[in-house]
Structures are given as C-alpha cells and as structure tokens.
Write a protein that binds this ligand. Structure first.
Ligand code: SF4
Length: 358
C-alpha cells in the first residue's frame, strides 16, 4: 500500500479499521505533505505512537520516487527530473521557475497512446498508466526540491521560502486517458491540510479526449483545461494528432462548447507552431474563425524539436503575424510561450526517450 495513494478520509478509515484513533490522521497527513518525510520511522514521525507506526511500517510504504537523472537548463529557470518507478520504468517531472511563477509539470502515464507526431513521448508509445500515488509523488518531489532551494537561498540572501503553487499535467501521457487516477491525485494534492494547491492552480492538458472533457464538465471539476489543438481543420489536425481520427474536430469543439457552457470557464487552446505546417496566416484565420466568440485563449508554443520528427520551430516573424491576426481580426486572446529549457530537452518525453535509447 502506497500512502500517497490515499485520500485523507481513506487514511482516517484505515486507522479506524486497524483499531487506532482517527486523531492520528492530521499528524500523519502533515508528516506526509507538510514535513515531506521520506520514510516511516521513529525519526521522521516522532509524534505517531510506536504501535501505529509499526503497523504502517509493516503494511504500507511511502512511494518516494528516486531521481535517476537531474538536469538544469543553462538559464537556470528549468530543472528536469527523470524519476524511477518501482518497476524500473522512468517518468519525467519538470520544475519551472520563471515570470514569478513556480510550476511543476508532472506526468500521468509511462509513455502515451495518443501518438502526436512531434512529441517524444508519443514517439515512445504507451507502456502503462501511473497510479494516483505515483502522480502525487511527483508533486511531493518538487515540493521537497523547492524546500531545499529555499533553504539554500535563505541561508545566502535571507529570502522567504518558495512553495509549490502551480501544477500542469502536461508531462508524459494523456491525463484524461487515465482519468480516475489523475482525479484522485488532484484531490490529494488539493487537500487544504497538505500540499494545498488551489484548484485553479492546477491545469489539465488534453489532446482532445472527448469523453474525458464531457466528464469533466458533468462533474464540474474546478481545474483549468488546456486542449491541444495544433490545427483548425480535420485533415490537418489528424495528420499531427492521430487521436483526432477517433475524436474528430467537430466533436471536439462541440465537447469544448459544452464544457465552457456547463462550467462557465474558458479553455486554453494549445498550438505548437511548426514552420510551414501550421504557422501560416491562413491557419491563423482558420483557428481565429473556429474560436471566435468562445471563452478561449490560445497558447502559442514554438515547436520543441525531437529526433523522431523533422519539423522545425516557427520563425519569430511568422509567430508574431499569427498572433496579430488572432487578436486584430478575430479578437481571440493569445500568449506566446517561450522555449525555455530547450537545452535540457524540456519537451515532454525527450529525457525519457534518451534514457531508453542509451
Ligand atoms: S503531446 Fe501529449 S497527448 Fe500527444 S503524444 Fe505527447 S504526451 Fe501524448
């Protein structure tokens, strides 16, 4: 049993089931998610009675994920971790610190079944879903890193500690393909007595899994939703995102409209800009027309080159023109994401692919 798999209510029920007082729940939870302990022991959990501790030590574990590889970008803003799972598979977790935001980008699967042609994880194929505990463990890992960095910084410059404030599920995998585990993990990460990440500080990114989007709407999930669009016509989209053959563009947009109508929230539409493929003025007009009038924001991201795809990132001038058309002709707001961390292969899956291929 991995303790990171349990919600606080389940931890409480477990204590009761084992014949212990439920009052240990609060202290145990704070050892896990505020003290960020790495083991079940007398040293790390001194306020838990020995009998209770012994039962947990015998029947449960803390699914701490050891670091197999760690890489810093040259600009110091991005730190990428290759974390080892119990079965020796590896996943990527990224800490990003720029524009005043501290964000963890975490994975939801080992590999991915969606096969987006420009994505290193897609090129790797699907291996398995992550458990909720493995998703939570990544957030805990980043929280530990931030605590250590804060201590170092405080010792040298007297600055106050930095806590994990934002999480994006944009690492390896398609979160809505692993819906139940992802939502369980979000509930644990959101718990106000632990990591306490606000719901609107968590962003789920999907390639367009229509049943998952509709389920999010029906369940009124309060997280942000980002939809990877990349093309504004069905044939062009299907060429870049094979999942579009299963969930065509018109079905996807109908689901997005239902989501926005039901939840009242805007959707972030992700657009990876690839030179000559989807960065032309015609494409900008097509996406502008598609999203005009919807509660939408387009996030433009110049392509992160991968060895398995021969496309190249858009040129700055083309990207600017694209953005200008969206704003001036269609009043669709957009942002241009910077390609930080490029020197450490910060695009999802690139480090894991390199590790697999040696
Ligand atoms: S971009 Fe996302 S959904 Fe597409 S293959 Fe990569 S990880 Fe999967």
């Amino acid at each position: 049993m991995n303790l990171y798999d349990l919600t606080r209510d389940e931890l409480k029920a477990l204590l009761v089931n084992w014949g212990f007082s439920p009052f240990h729940t609060t202290r145990l939870w704070s050892y896990l998610y505020l003290d960020l302990v790495t083991e079940i022991s007398a040293e790390s959990m001194p306020e838990i009675p020995p009998k209770v501790r012994a039962r947990f030590a015998a029947e449960a574990s803390l699914g701490v994920l050891p670091t197999a590889q760690e890489t810093d970008s040259s600009d110091g803003f991005t730190r990428k971790y290759l974390l080892r799972l119990n079965d020796d598979e590896k996943i990527e977790t990224v800490l990003m610190r720029y524009t005043g935001r501290v964000t963890a980008c975490i994975s939801s699967q080992v590999g991915c079944a969606m096969g987006c042609v420009f994505c290193a994880t897609g090129q790797m194929g699907y291996t398995r879903h992550l458990t909720a505990g493995e998703i939570v463990a990544q957030a805990v890992h980043v929280a530990r890193v931030l605590r250590a960095l804060s201590r170092e910084a405080k010792a040298s410059a007297g600055v106050s500690p930095v806590r994990l404030r934002n999480i994006v599920l944009m690492g390896m995998g398609e979160p809505l393909h692993n819906y139940d585990a992802v939502m369980r993990a979000i509930d644990i990460i959101h718990d106000g007595n632990g990591l306490a990440l606000a719901a609107d500080r968590i962003t789920l990114s999907t390639v367009g899994v229509v049943p998952g989007i509709l389920r999010l709407a029906a369940e009124q999930r309060p997280q942000h939703l980002a939809v990877s669009l990349h093309a504004a016509t069905q044939p062009e989209r299907a060429a870049l995102v094979p999942a579009a053959r299963k969930w065509p563009l018109d079905e996807l947009m109908a689901a997005c409209r239902t989501y926005s109508k039901t939840t009242g929230r805007r959707i972030f539409y992700e657009w990876t800009l690839i030179e000559g493929k989807n960065d032309t003025p015609e494409q900008a007009r097509a996406v502008g027309a598609l999203l005009q009038g919807l509660p939408a924001q387009v996030n433009l991201i110049p392509l992160n080159p991968t060895s398995g795809y021969d496309g190249v990132p858009t040129r700055t001038e083309a990207a600017r023109t694209f953005q200008k058309i969206l704003s001036e002709e269609f009043a669709v707001p957009s942002t241009m994401r910077q390609r930080r961390g490029i020197d450490i292969a910060a695009g999802c899956g690139q480090l894991a692919v390199a590790d697999r291929t040696g």
